[in-house]
Write a protein that binds this ligand. Sequence first.
Ligand code: TXA
Ligand code: MG
Length: 327
Amino acid sequence: MPGSSPESIDAALVELAAGRLVGLPTETVYGLAADACNDAAVAAIFAAKGRPSDHPLIVHIAHAEAVDDFAASIPPFARLLMQAYWPGPLTLILPRREGIARAAAGGQDSIGLRCPAHPVAHTLLASARQRGVHGLAAPSANRFGRVSPTTAAHVQDELGDALLVLDGGACEVGIESTIIDCTRGTPVLLRPGMHSQAALSAACGTAVLNQDELPALAPRASGTLEAHYAPNAKVRLMPAKALQTALDLLGADAASLALYTRTKIHPPSAQVHWRRMPADARQAAHDLFADLRALDALQVRLIWVESPPDTPEWDGVRDRLRRAAAS
Ligand code: TXA
Ligand code: MG
């Protein structure tokens, strides 16, 4: 359904009020949304994704004022992050207000909150709020462990045509939000996205730490599991030179193989599919999941990917590719 028409928004509100699910465009990836305070509707999200119900979901809110509906307290550094980055692709984990959104939080005493910038998401969230729906729980609208969807068509491919999906076009960012845990007294990066750690630290006046700089965290976020974002084909990451050497060795034996590289590669045979990864990190993030889906659709057994540069603007893309290659 065209996401921005008032009729579509009304239809989505009817679904949500009935405890059903809606495919929701955001600037990062598409979400699978339900009323965050309706535990039965939230259970339907876990069932549709095949996701374990103790993996907490992100709750999306219309604006920063709605944080108080869900969070018991907000440290000053978290407020600064909200001011700097909301609406936008940043999720904050905060202490959860007792008795609210328990199922969405996967039973945790914390809650992940994000205020998305996509106009369709904003319109739906603001209209829902007027009808007493305080927020929408929405994980990425893919089956558990698979590649996240960045178009409405990807969502219907993953979850079927019966689901109402608001079509908001291709997602601008293309990889999921940056997640910062704000429950540990100091900001901790749980999942890299398109905001650099240096910029986040500057915005909140406190160094944003990596998880390994603190004692082990429980629980792990599913987007931070070692193997995630996996296509059907086996993904392998390697530098361009090693990749070219391996290809030359394979020679005419190379079959059922696709390449995804920034560097121009010389495939040894016409059977090898080659797709170019954008040289710009933002564009690469934007295209990443759609390109992995397109390569997977060729039904190759292997996807060889050139390792992204080891610089901060590539953190998010490097993270997703590393996990895609871990299964
Ligand atoms: O960009 C995004 O964040 C997208 C769009 C739809 O907003 N959503 C998304 O949701 O990526 P999902 O469920 O695929 O990933 C959410 C991540 C999970 O890894 C989850 O474990 C973590 O957020 N998370 C949510 N609440 C949490 C909490 N209370 N404590 C720790 N991790 C949490
Ligand atoms: Mg996900």
